[in-house]
Design a protein around this ligand. Structure first.
Ligand SMILES: O=P(O)(O)OC[C@H]1O[C@H](OP(=O)(O)OP(=O)(O)O)[C@H](O)[C@@H]1O
Ligand code: HPA
Ligand SMILES: [Mg+2]
Length: 166
């Protein structure tokens, strides 16, 4: 059980694209990679951007879900495992694992165990799992919830004097 995530960090599509590109710049120092393994679904968007910037065309997915009820984490569910061809490639240490963020680190630790030699990158990281990743762009506090653009819609915000939340 982690602290309640009562601060918010909304991310627009523009910002997410910029941050993913910033991660690609960092990864230029770690190249070359033979393949990306993206942790779906959240890793799909940054993986597409990074694959384009680094010219990587082999993209595998591992589908893991554990947040079944908005901010509540439950049991970790490996919906789709990594194919054996890609696991075999890991011995060369040139696999890049991509996800949108690490929070408690539960998801990342499971994938790390599947690909122990891979370089693991996320766009965002929280303190509990920062040391699990080899590179990331922005750290937010553990009590912050990151709102990704694909999870959001435009809605009316009441004026502050009428009791708007920050
Ligand atoms: O570090 P953790 O506490 O494990 O949390 C991070 C994981 O949680 C989210 O995935 P989610 O389980 O919501 O599935 P999704 O990517 O399919 O939306 C996010 O995309 C990360 O993969
Ligand atoms: O802060 C978060 N935002 C979105 N999805 C998440 N999954 C775990 N933590 C988060
Ligand atoms: Mg995910």
């Amino acid at each position: 059980m982690t602290a309640p995530q009562n601060k918010s960090f909304p991310v627009s599509w523009d910002q997410f694209h910029r941050d993913s590109r910033a991660l690609a710049w960092r990864l230029m120092n770690e190249e070359p990679f033979d393949a990306i393994v993206c942790i779906t679904r959240g890793g799909l968007v940054p993986a597409a951007i990074i694959a384009r910037e680094l010219g990587i065309r082999v993209i595998e997915s591992v589908s893991i879900s554990s947040y079944h009820d908005y901010q509540k984490q439950g049991e970790l569910n490996v919906v789709k495992p990594i194919c054996q061809d890609i696991i075999d490639l890991d011995k060369n240490g040139r696999i890049l694992i991509i996800d949108d963020l690490v929070d408690t680190g539960k998801t990342g630790r499971a994938v790390r165990a599947m690909l122990p030699n891979a370089h693991f990158s996320t766009v965002y990281a929280k303190p509990l799992a920062r040391d699990l990743v080899n590179s990331f762009v922005t750290e937010v506090s553990q009590d912050t919830w990151i709102y990704f653009p694909w999870d959001m819609d435009v809605s009316y915000a009441p004026p502050i004097r009428d009791g708007a939340q920050d």
